[in-house]
Design a protein around this ligand. Structure first.
Ligand SMILES: Nc1nc(Cl)c2ncn([C@@H]3O[C@H](CO)[C@@H](O)[C@H]3O)c2n1
Length: 234
């Protein structure tokens, strides 16, 4: 057992999907994995291990924000040997090239978090990037399934409610979407030399102010899960 995950050694696969919402972890386990067994309920951060096309895959709810995902990702890697981690979540579209319901793949991450400065100091702005093999596979799967996927730089923010951020400047520099976890996933993957990817459904649009109705979010979400699973089992 690790401090925040109640699994025994060997109960978690080296391939792990990471939704923020623990109920999404339950949905993925129940609808996409065979013989899924729950290995964690501590703090409601549900975690399950099953198989997809015969390959062991786990799914772990990470909660919202960099501090929370950093706890789970660090313990999954250090204590349970996770080696391929794919965050599957929602994002807010910020760019005119992104449509509501598009699937966005984070090629790299920009962030207002202090995590990079805390590690590298004030002069080195380390760039947390996607694993190229996972990213290119996810793009290929999206194309083969005819699911519109967009790839580029995204911003990971610490505050959902932020009256000061200059979204227009970020958009001008090509930031496609906003979310709250992926920069930490990519930074930790680089630290521990494992593979990671962030893939999201655009559930809100900051330019058009549209939002996907709650009842429709599941459909988009399922497309993204298909891409993530086909990618992670390679
Ligand atoms: N800042 C922010 N903004 C928008 Cl428009 C979002 N849309 C989805 N998320 C994700 O959903 C949760 C917040 O609702 C976070 O986990 C975050 O990653 C968003 N986070």
């Amino acid at each position: 057992m690790s401090l925040h995950i109640g699994a025994q050694a060997g109960e978690i696969a080296k391939r792990v999907l990471l939704p923020g919402d623990p109920l999404r972890a339950k949905h993925i386990a129940e609808n996409f994995l065979e013989d899924a067994k729950c290995y964690n309920e501590i703090r409601g951060a549900f975690g399950y291990t099953g198989t997809y096309k015969g390959v062991p895959v786990s799914v772990q709810g990470t909660g919202m924000g960099i501090p929370s995902i950093s706890i789970y990702v660090t313990e999954l890697i250090r204590e349970y040997g996770a080696r391929k981690l794919i965050r599957v979540g929602t994002c807010g579209a910020m760019h005119e090239n992104i449509n509501l319901r598009d699937i966005v793949i984070a090629q790299g991450t920009t962030t207002d978090s202090s995590i990079i400065r805390n590690i590298f100091g004030p002069t080195i702005n380390f760039a947390p990037l996607a694993d190229y093999e996972l990213m290119s596979k996810a793009m290929e799967v999206g194309q083969s399934l005819k699911i519109p996927t967009k790839v580029g730089n995204i911003v990971t923010v610490d505050r959902f409610y932020d009256d000061d951020i200059d979204n227009e400047k970020l958009r001008r520099y090509g930031i496609l979407a906003v979310e709250m976890e992926t920069a930490a996933l990519y930074l930790l993957a680089a630290k521990y030399r494992v593979q990671s990817l962030g893939i999201f459904t655009a559930s809100d649009h900051l330019l058009t102010k549209e939002a996907v109705p709650a009842e429709e979010r599941q459909t988009n979400f399922n497309d993204m899960i298909k891409i993530a699973l086909e990618t992670i089992i390679q």
